[in-house]
Design a protein around this ligand. Structure first.
Ligand SMILES: Cc1cc2nc3c(=O)[nH]c(=O)nc-3n(C[C@H](O)[C@H](O)[C@H](O)COP(=O)(O)OP(=O)(O)OC[C@H]3O[C@@H](n4cnc5c(N)ncnc54)[C@H](O)[C@@H]3O)c2cc1C
Length: 346
């Protein structure tokens, strides 16, 4: 088989690369071995505001501008809905939180997203502290659904293989790439935390941060918006909620743990005061980077080997923009923004 690109990994990064290549009429094949699950367990939320620090997300406006057409295109292509919209309410624990909110509302980068009026209206089942702040323009991408639909679509075209990339079998030379019976011009590694096992790019400072979440049923809660305190609480259908997430920098397994569950339940009990039942628990490794910026670009020695990684805690927002920048770099020689280019680690 002869293609323009091999894509290794089909999480948010690999999917974004596949979409952009398809948009521009390039041939490609995807290899995916289900060894990482970050995109599949992610809540899929997009939110332009970092509510822990009351600061804007890096390049939030540009990323949101690209996010909507990207997922809307996929909705058309795959014939399903993947975007949902809701507000997010930040729980103010104390007066200091309120003051920080008012300061954030004056930030020109944030004012369009934040409602300066503090809401004191109680929310059924939610423990009241010092009111809530409304963040507008947030929502969620149904990641698992879009990945699954895209996989079915690609399989029908013979462009998706459920196999592992064994890097030792990969042959790279100036002319192209060979992997078993596949010849390609270039290979894009979008392996998430799996990058650690990739001998070409394992030198990059991908740290990886494990996250765990719970799926609960709480009939006493009547939330229609996302609630954000020490955890987020995200309403689904039929009284079900996602609760997350933990941040663990030492455990690099994708397994759900008793420690993670305990931490989530302890924090949840400071947020709600109605009975609930835990239905399931998930874990995954976020591909986080020391300097909190994506890891994108061409290998310093093997010019046909490319990395698309470091989506960190915000793959939903970041991946569409980065995929396009990477494509323009590879095909049209546009320079990559320095802050995402892996050359910063050469
Ligand atoms: C609990 C949790 C909650 C999150 N919530 C959100 C959220 O609400 N919003 C948000 O934007 N982000 C969220 N994130 C972060 C988000 O999941 C990541 O930014 C994003 O999924 C990373 O995508 P990726 O494609 O780079 O990596 P991954 O999703 O890890 O995908 C990499 C893929 O490569 C495959 N792979 C790896 N090695 C090989 C190999 N050798 N051969 C073949 N295939 C291989 C893996 O199986 C995997 O499918 C969350 C993460 C976690 C863990």
């Amino acid at each position: 088989m002869q293609v323009d690109y091999i894509i290794v990994g089909f999480g948010l990064a690999g999917m974004a690369m596949a979409k952009v290549l398809e948009d521009y009429g390039h041939s490609f094949i995807v290899l995916e071995d289900s060894s990482q699950v970050s995109s599949r367990v992610a809540a899929g939320v997009f939110n332009p505001v970092i509510l822990k620090r009351f600061t804007p997300v890096w390049n939030a406006d540009e990323q949101l501008q690209n996010l909507f057409p990207f997922y809307q295109d996929l909705e058309k292509r795959l014939g399903n809905n993947y975007l949902t919209y809701f507000d997010t309410y930040k729980v103010f624990k104390n007066v200091e939180d309120q003051n920080n909110w008012f300061m954030a509302c004056d930030n020109p980068l944030l004012e369009k997203y934040l409602n300066p009026k503090i809401s004191k209206e109680p929310k059924k089942g939610v423990i009241s502290y010092e009111g809530f702040g409304q963040v507008k323009g947030t929502g969620r991408v149904l990641i698992k659904k879009v990945l699954d639909d895209y996989i079915v679509y690609l399989k029908k075209k013979g462009l998706f293989l459920n196999i592992s990339m064994n890097h030792e079998e990969l042959k790279l030379d100036g002319a192209g790439v060979n992997y078993r019976d596949i010849d390609a011009k270039k290979i894009v590694f979008a392996e998430g935390f799996g990058l650690k096992k990739n001998p070409f790019f394992s030198y990059l400072p991908l740290t990886g941060t494990k996250g765990e979440m719970l799926y609960i049923e709480a009939p006493g809660l009547k939330l229609t918006s996302q609630l954000k305190s020490t955890l987020f609480l995200l309403p689904m259908k039929n009284n079900k909620y996602w609760v997350g997430a933990t941040f663990n920098w030492t455990d690099k397994t994708v397994k759900a743990t008793e420690k993670g569950r305990k931490e989530l339940l302890e924090k949840l009990d400071t947020m709600i005061d109605v009975p609930y039942k835990v239905i399931s628990q998930f874990g995954g490794i976020r591909p986080t980077v020391k300097d909190r910026r994506p890891l994108v670009g061409v290998h310093p020695e093997y010019k046909n080997a490319i990395v698309f990684n470091g989506m960190g805690t915000r793959g939903v927002m970041i991946a569409p923009t980065i995929a396009n920048q990477l494509y323009q770099h590879l095909e049209n020689k546009q320079p990559l923004p320095k802050e995402i280019d892996i050359q910063r680690f050469n």
